[in-house]
Design a protein around this ligand. Structure first.
Ligand SMILES: Nc1ncnc2c1ncn2[C@@H]1O[C@H](COP(=O)(O)OP(=O)(O)O)[C@@H](O)[C@H]1O
Ligand SMILES: [Mg+2]
Length: 255
């Protein structure tokens, strides 16, 4: 596979025909997400060195998807850093384990690093940035997850700090260090707004996940709203969480 810059790649949009399952285009370097059923909807994976916003309601599956993305990288020689602003290290690892995703072993093997920022965030922007950049450098990580960007933004006292953080992530980490990055973003119930009004414009990709009650049970659904340089699916898909991981399948009525 020939790796070309993402800036160039985003201009190479080749239509994949009428089918919702898109063709893989060999000239764009892709990072497979490892989320079952998702990669075929996005021409093989996220464009390398892209910034992806994974936005959705509470419990819609954002952390599960982000964990699967890191696990998939870790088992394929792409190390990753998980930065947690909302829940601690232990509950995160337990949750992943319940999904059949053994991130604890990958951490012991040195393939991922979990940064628990639940308390550190109070020390401010420079401490957070220093730790995130340090972890990526020491691990030579190629994948990064910040979970959640919303919780991180709330921790800073001034909005400008969240903006600085976002621009540093984009310029230094994504473009500079070549880290393919997922920022999760909480959408409160009843709100249509994706982010704080900045990250959705900067992001190379936006994936929306939603959960709702249908036939007396919780359903989760996903749609790819934007993915630069990619002829992606434009339909809703079901998102299934189970003890065998995370997968994306066509909505039964649309098969
Ligand atoms: N082993 C499991 N099998 C199926 N669903 C699970 C499992 N463990 C957790 N869940 C579901 O995942 C939800 C949490 O998903 P999560 O990825 O944390 O959502 P978000 O990060 O969007 O808030 C829980 O509310 C629960 O419904
Ligand atoms: Mg979460």
């Amino acid at each position: 596979m020939i790796a070309i810059s993402f800036d160039h790649a985003r201009n190479v949009i080749i239509r994949g025909g009428q089918n919702d399952i898109c063709r893989e285009i060999p000239c764009i370097s892709r990072v497979p997400t490892g989320i079952g059923g998702l990669d075929t909807l996005i021409q093989g994976g996220f464009p390398r060195s892209s910034l992806i916003l994974l936005a959705g309601h509470p419990g819609s599956g954002k952390t599960a998807m982000a964990g699967q993305f890191l696990y998939s990288g870790a088992t394929q020689k792409e190390k990753g850093v998980y930065v947690s602003f909302a829940e601690g290290r232990k509950p995160f690892l337990e949750f992943m384990n319940a999904l059949g995703i053994d991130l604890a072993t990958q951490e012991q093997l040195g393939n991922i690093k979990i940064l628990d920022m639940v308390t550190v965030k109070e020390e401010g922007l420079s401490t957070v940035l220093e730790q995130v950049l340090g972890a990526i450098q020491s691990l030579k990580a190629q994948r990064l997850v910040i979970d959640s960007f919303s919780a991180m933004g709330q921790a800073f006292t001034r909005e400008i700090e969240a903006r600085i953080m976002l621009h540093t992530i984009l310029s230094k980490i994504v473009r500079g260090m070549g880290c393919t990055t997922i920022l999760t973003c909480e959408i409160p119930w009843g709100s249509e707004r994706v982010g704080m009004g900045i990250e959705e414009f900067i992001a190379d990709g936006i994936i929306l996940v939603t959960s709702f009650v249908e036939n007396f049970s919780i359903k989760r659904r996903l749609i790819i709203v934007k993915l630069r340089g990619t002829d992606h699916s434009v339909q809703y898909h079901d998102l299934i969480l189970s003890s065998r991981g995370v997968k994306v399948v066509p909505v039964p009525s649309m098969k």
